[in-house]
Design a protein around this ligand. Structure first.
Ligand SMILES: C[S@@+](CC[C@H](N)C(=O)[O-])C[C@H]1O[C@@H](n2cnc3c(N)ncnc32)[C@H](O)[C@@H]1O
Length: 220
């Protein structure tokens, strides 16, 4: 069982420029690997939420969407995305927007994200962004649209599936991968406290906690 994904073989490099920039983790790398193998964004209008260093912007752009709208919630964070992906302008029509999650204009064929999880701003609610994504993405998606994201077993994948179905989505989990907890989980006492209250979210092997990551690919 390993988090080492094919992403690492793709020979791409993403820089941080700001202390608050999100350094890609196993979650983002796993989603990047999935996006690198897909073509569902071809000729589509795509929205990427919380782009960070642009690790997914690159693989979305390679699918040749008609347009790709990329967000961050602060201008300085979005500047990092812009700096890292500026060479992609010649491959696809890129738009950069500062927005709080789904609070922006427009409708899209595809919404893609690696939602905030370990740094979730609502104490004790790891699902804050996932729940808003599931409940509100319909307003941003056209009929038949794709909602694609990565989530951990520590955020209740069963609840994700049932909420998506309740919101009219057909749900697929095309890929999953199991690997050890990230170091930042151990550095966060409140996260480790939650872990103890959520035994279904992880497995223990030789004293080491393991989580499973899921690619969620839902269609409206
Ligand atoms: C888990 S990181 C993913 C970053 C990047 N996509 C990746 O996988 O490496 C979540 C991202 O969402 C951004 N974010 C946090 N709160 C947000 C909000 N309210 N609206 C939009 N993006 C937000 C963070 O700045 C961060 O870049």
């Amino acid at each position: 069982m390993s988090y080492v994904t094919k992403y690492r073989e793709l020979d791409v490099h993403f820089e941080t420029h700001n202390p608050d920039d999100w350094q890609p983790t196993a979650h983002g790398e796993f989603l990047a690997t999935y996006l690198a193998e897909q073509s569902f964004c071809a000729n589509k209008h795509v929205l990427e939420l919380g782009a960070g260093t642009g690790i997914h912007t690159l693989f979305l752009c390679r699918q040749q969407p008609t347009s790709l709208t990329v967000t961050e919630y602060r201008q300085d964070l979005l500047e990092t995305t812009k700096r890292n992906v500026h060479e992609l302008h010649s491959y696809c029509s890129l738009h950069f927007v500062v927005a709080d999650w789904l609070q922006l204009e427009g409708t899209f064929d595809v919404v893609v994200t690696n939602p905030p999880f370990s740094r979730c701003p609502v104490p004790g609610d790891r699902r804050h962004f996932i729940d808003r994504l599931i409940n509100n993405s319909k307003q941003r998606l056209k009929a038949g649209g794709h909602l694609v994201f990565v989530q951990s077993s520590m955020a209740n994948i069963g609840l994700t599936k049932s909420m998506l179905e309740d919101n009219g989505f057909t749900v697929e989990i095309p890929q999953s991968i199991t690997g050890p907890f990230r170091q930042d989980y151990y550095d966060n006492p409140s996260f480790m406290e939650e872990v103890r209250n959520y035994p279904d979210g992880y497995s223990l092997e030789n004293g080491q906690e393991f989580e499973t990551l899921y690619i969620v690919h839902a269609r409206l």
